[in-house]
Design a binder for this molecule. Structure first.
Ligand code: SF4
Length: 393
């Protein structure tokens, strides 16, 4: 049996592929790329049909973080010219969230910069969740507030949060290269706390930070072991003013191979195409819908995404459909397992302060030219939450 047949077979049975099998996916040639996408697409369609779940980010608190995650525009010492503001009021956050829901988003992702919330912050977020749910009764809410302390996950669940996001980002062995103020194990612990409180866990990665294929496989195997319901796949947005500003390592083909690898390792979970899709996949974005079953609508935390209307047109043109409110995202066996353990199994979470996408690509460089800063591809968000301008949704 050849490699792709084996991987499809395992994906349909939820069997973990071997490390060598998924490393081989990352090593395929451009001649083999469409076969890889078609194979992983079969697994995606088996578990999720042609549905695409839309998620909408609201940055509750932007910038001024004391942590030093090197990929992040909100980090300690960041010179990126991003919006900086403290907590949005519940009504402001609800207004921003409402725009996303009106645009078709099924989930709102409430994000705040910082190492982790105080108990007072958690109460603020509880008030925001109430305001959002009062205005949009069917919407799922995911919180992404950093490292959690004892009891905070339970309080968020009680306040109506459906999910919690905290990304692993990269492999345990390279985590110290991208951040020195907290550890990989801290992140794993927070995801486990969220799961323990009955929140649907969302945890993903960032590709393009100079990691090896082995690192990528390690972090994805780590996510499978954590059994997150949702796995956001971010492609690094190298923000000017951050240490990784010159890390332009990705091509559209590489991004597609990474997404296919994630689908083979995590076949029945929500694989979310997250930050960086516009910047790195560019005109190849529609092919990624054959691999991911979920995307963010509109803008990201601190950078601009493509117009929300363009997202909807892309989904329709590629032959997919936006997942409706009445449809359960995850396959029945995952929902049943979550219910048995006291959670909702609603399907996936959000964001995570991480890779950040950009605006329209004016000119696409050859892969060999991809070096140095690309201010033409990365645009700082200047509308929506924290501004007077209407959001992009
Ligand atoms: S990823 Fe989160 S914790 Fe790290 S610097 Fe950015 S906002 Fe702070």
């Amino acid at each position: 049996m050849d490699l792709l047949t084996t991987l499809v077979d395992k994906g349909l049975r939820r069997e973990l592929p071997t490390r060598d099998e998924v490393l081989a996916v990352l090593a395929t040639t451009d001649d083999e790329l469409l076969d890889v996408v078609a194979a992983a697409g079969r697994v995606r369609r088996h578990w999720f049909g042609r549905r695409v779940k839309l998620n909408y980010l609201v940055n509750l608190k932007s910038g001024l973080c004391p942590e030093d995650c090197s990929y992040c525009s909100q980090r300690l010492g960041s010179e990126a010219g991003i919006l900086k503001y403290s907590w949005l009021k519940p009504a402001e956050a609800a207004k921003a969230a409402g725009a996303g829901v009106a645009g078709g988003a099924k989930r709102v992702c409430l994000v705040a910069s910082g190492r982790g919330p105080t108990d007072r912050d958690v109460e603020r977020v509880a008030g925001t969740i109430a305001a959002i749910k009062e205005q949009n009764s069917g919407v799922e809410v995911c919180a992404c507030l950093g490292l959690l302390s004892a009891g905070q996950a339970e309080r968020l669940r009680e306040a109506g949060a459906d999910a919690y996001n905290h990304n692993l980002n990269t492999s345990e062995s390279t985590y110290g290269d991208i951040c020195t103020t907290h550890e990989y194990a801290d992140r794993v612990e927070t995801v486990r706390q969220a799961q323990g409180a009955g929140l649907s866990a969302c945890s993903g990665l960032i590709a393009g930070m100079g990691e090896s294929d082995g690192d990528l496989v390690d972090v994805v195997f780590g996510l499978r072991e954590l059994d997150a319901d949702s796995v956001p796949v971010n492609f690094l947005i190298p923000f000017e003013g951050t240490p990784l500003a010159k890390e332009w390592n990705l091509t559209p083909q590489r991004c597609l191979r990474i997404l296919a690898m994630v689908r083979f390792v995590c076949p029945d979970v929500e694989v979310r195409l997250a930050g960086g899709r516009e910047v790195h996949l560019r005109t190849m974005q529609p092919l990624a819908l054959h691999l991911a079953n979920s995307i963010f609508l509109g803008d990201y935390l601190t950078s601009e995404g493509q117009a929300g209307q363009a997202d909807l047109e892309m989904i329709a043109d590629a032959g997919f459909e936006v997942e409706g409110e009445g449809t359960t995202t995850l396959p029945a066996h995952r929902v049943d397992a979550a219910a048995a353990s006291g959670g909702e199994g609603c399907g996936g979470g959000a964001c995570g302060p991480c890779g950040e996408p950009a605006a329209e690509a004016a000119e696409v460089p050859e892969a060999a030219e991809v070096s140095g800063a690309r201010t033409d591809l990365v645009a700082v968000r200047r509308r929506g939450a924290g501004t007077e301008l209407p959001p992009n949704a």
